[in-house]
Each structure stands twice: as C-alpha cells, then as structure tokens.
Write a protein that binds this ligand. Structure first.
Ligand SMILES: NC(=O)c1ccc[n+]([C@@H]2O[C@H](COP(=O)([O-])OP(=O)(O)OC[C@H]3O[C@@H](n4cnc5c(N)ncnc54)[C@H](O)[C@@H]3O)[C@@H](O)[C@H]2O)c1
Length: 377
C-alpha cells in the first residue's frame, strides 16, 4: 500500500494475503503491527455512519483503517480525520480480495459497513447493488474467518420487508417480501443474504460475528442525494424549493441520531460474549412523513411548498414503500443496556445546522445556475 501526502493510502500491486507492511509516499516502510494498540477496520469508513464511527473510535484510542471506494461516501466526510496520526484511508473496493485480506489481517476487529445503499441507487443500478452487497460481504467474512477477527455486519430494517401492522419488529419476525421483479427488494434480499452468510460462517467455520439491523439513521453529513428523506427535506427547505413527498405522506418512520447508532455499534463490538446474534438498532420515536415535513418547515422558517409525487413518478418502476417501520429494541437493551438518547428535534437541529453551514455561496449559486443554463442549451 502507498500512503499519500494527506493520509490517503492506495494499494500497490501484488499484495499477498496476510502480508504486512506498507510504503509511505517517501518510501519508508510502515510496520503497521509494531507497537500498535488496538486497530479497527471500517469498510465504508468514508461514508455517513462510517465516518462518525471512525471519529468515535479514534477518540477512544483506536487506530482506524477506513476502506472505501468513495462511491456514496466522500473525502469531505473524513477531511477532519486526515491529519490524525492513527487514521488511514484506503481508497479501494471491498470487492478487492487482496486489499481486504491485508487490512483484515492487520486489524483486530472489523466493522463491515460498506454497501450499495439508498433506494435510488438500488433501483438504478441493481447489478452493482447485488455484487457489492453480496460478493463484498462474502469477501470480508472469508478473511475475518481465516484470520480469526471479530466482525460486525451492518444489516438493515429492510430485511423485515413489507409488514403492514403498526407494531415494533422483533429480530425473529417473519420477513414479508415482494416479487423479484420489484427492484427495491434487491437491497433487502442482498442484506438478508449477508445475514445468512455471516450466520453460516459462524456455524460452520466459527466466525465471531454480530449482526446489526439498522433502522433509519440520520445526522450531519448524511447526503440526500440517494433518496434519504431528512437531509433532502432540510436542504430543499433552506433553498426555498418544494419538499417532495413520495406517496401520500402517511407512512411513518423512526429516526435515530447517528451518535446513538455508533455508540450501539462500538458497545456491541466490545461485548465479546455476544456472538452470532442479531440486534435491531433504532429509535422508537415515530413520525409520519407529512408531520416530518411540517417540522422541517417550522424549524427552518421556510415557506417551501409540499409537492406530492407517486413512487412511479420518482423512480419509474419497481418501488413499493413500507408503510411503517418500528424497531423493537428490548434485545439490545437487555444485552448491553443501549437505548437512544437523542430525539427527533435533536436530529433536526443538527441536520439544519450542518446543511446551513454547507449552503452554497452566492457566487457558487450563480456559477451552478450558469452551468445548468448552458447545459440545457
Ligand atoms: N443510514 C441508514 O439509515 C442505514 C439504515 C440501514 C442500514 N444502513 C447500513 O449502514 C451502512 C452504512 O450506511 P450509510 O448510511 O453510512 O451510507 P453511506 O453510503 O454513507 O456509506 C456506505 C459507504 O460504503 C462505501 N462503499 C460502497 N460500495 C463500496 C465498495 N464496493 N467498496 C468500498 N466501499 C464501498 C460508500 O462509498 C460509502 O462511503 C450500510 O451497510 C447500510 O446498508 C444504513
């Protein structure tokens, strides 16, 4: 691997499974396992949740390797960390077996968060979604098994499928899926296969793993670009453009602050006695999408209008929305005492502050308008 001037590490050819050692930009060999304390690999470490987790682990004294192809994540997410001596960003794909092998070998634990996420991406790039989520996870699990490393696998509430009842979902609930011709199920199915794979590696090959089903997680740095509702509403409200509501807005969601989510991830990883288990991680504070829009408008003092769109209008085809998604969190509470501490109001405050601090300057707005006018002819 080669370390660049800003802490970015790029792999060099011919990395062998399990070989240690890397070269810095000045050619020095880094002895990455010498004198180190504890090190964690975060796949998807330049993503929204991954970058928050990286910060938290660095604060707790870990050395952190972030493996990310920056497809939906960004260098900006980890810009603050680049100068940290214990942070190393490796820009590569989890599909690269040699890189995954080397990183898993040199780290003590692995948080596997890299995935193709977001409904828009899944509908538009189903092959990419399936390969990243299934083959990428299989690669990570294979090397965690081979090198005896504990791994936390990020799954999703989507694996529960299309439950119509308004009750909290327990980890052992049945799954209710639509047909394979409806593309949105590709994400749920790929994550369900990840869970099957992790449990199979655990049962057959003794992999030390814990699976986390994340419900909607929100906070600063989440991008609205791939369909996530809160950053999308907030940025539109601040810009004075319409808030687009998919469907009739009566569907409900529970939003968990990212700081609560990463605390759950770290504590589950630390609880070494918990292995081969699945835990829901999410908030039980429920809100309809219509009410969410009203609260965003109020908090931003925005006069934006609401615009209702059908799912077919937005994605073309293949989308069915879940009406409700409420986590049962008694299992994780009983296991490690975790519960969310931040409210939806806290989340909105933090996301509004973040989006305000990233508003384009008048010059940038003028440049974007000019660029789009020349593109549109
Ligand atoms: N945010 C949520 O509400 C939520 C809900 C359920 C599950 N999850 C899961 O949590 C994890 C993190 O999601 P997030 O919200 O931070 O999204 P994100 O898109 O910000 O993070 C995913 C990261 O993985 C990276 N990535 C994608 N393909 C990769 C590849 N082939 N190799 C290396 N890196 C790759 C992306 O660039 C990105 O940085 C994902 O596994 C996701 O499925 C998130």
């Amino acid at each position: 691997m080669r370390h660049g001037s800003n802490g970015v590490t790029t792999p060099v050819g011919g990395i062998q499974a399990g070989r240690l050692g890397a070269k810095t930009s000045n050619g020095d060999v880094l002895h990455l396992d010498a004198g180190r304390d504890r090190s964690a690999l975060i796949t998807g470490g330049a993503g929204f949740i991954g970058s928050h987790l990286a910060e938290r682990l660095l604060d707790s004294g870990w050395t952190v390797y972030a493996l990310d192809d920056v497809s939906t994540g960004s260098l900006e997410n980890v810009a603050r960390l680049q100068a940290h001596p214990n942070f190393h960003l490796v820009i590569e794909s989890v599909l690269s077996a040699s890189v995954v092998s080397e990183l898993v070998h040199k780290c003590d634990v692995v948080y596997h968060l890299a995935a193709a996420v977001g409904v828009r991406l899944i509908v538009e790039q189903p092959v990419h979604t399936l390969l990243t989520n299934i083959q990428g996870t299989e690669t990570v699990l294979e090397y965690c098994t081979r090198f005896g490393k504990r791994v936390l696998v990020a799954s999703t509430s989507e694996v529960y499928g299309d439950h119509r009842e308004e009750r909290p979902l327990q980890e052992d609930a049945r799954r209710v899926y639509g047909p394979t011709t409806a593309r949105r199920w590709a994400y749920a199915d790929s994550k369900a296969i990840d869970e099957f794979l992790a449990l199979a590696y655990r049962d057959e090959r003794d992999l030390d793993c814990v699976i986390v089903r994340l419900f909607n997680t929100v906070g600063p740095r989440q991008t609205g670009q791939y369909g996530m509702v809160i950053p999308r509403f907030v940025s539109h409200a601040l810009a004075g453009s319409p808030l687009e509501i998919y469907g009739d807005g009566t569907q409900t969601r529970c939003f968990c602050h990212v700081s609560d989510t990463i605390r759950a991830l770290e504590d589950l990883m630390d609880a070494k006695e918990l292995t081969g288990e699945i835990y829901n991680v999410g908030s039980m504070e429920r809100v309809s999408i219509l009410e969410l829009a009203a609260r965003v408008l109020e908090r931003t003092a925005s006069k934006s209008e609401l615009k209702f769109l059908s799912y077919d209008d937005v994605y073309g085809r293949g989308i069915e929305d879940m009406l409700h998604r409420i986590p049962a969190i008694s299992k994780i509470r009983d296991a490690i005492g975790w519960r969310p501490t931040r409210t939806l109001d806290d989340i909105l405050e933090d996301v509004v502050d973040h989006e305000r601090s990233h508003l384009p300057t008048p010059l940038e707005t003028a440049q974007r308008t000019a660029a789009s006018a020349s593109r549109d002819g």
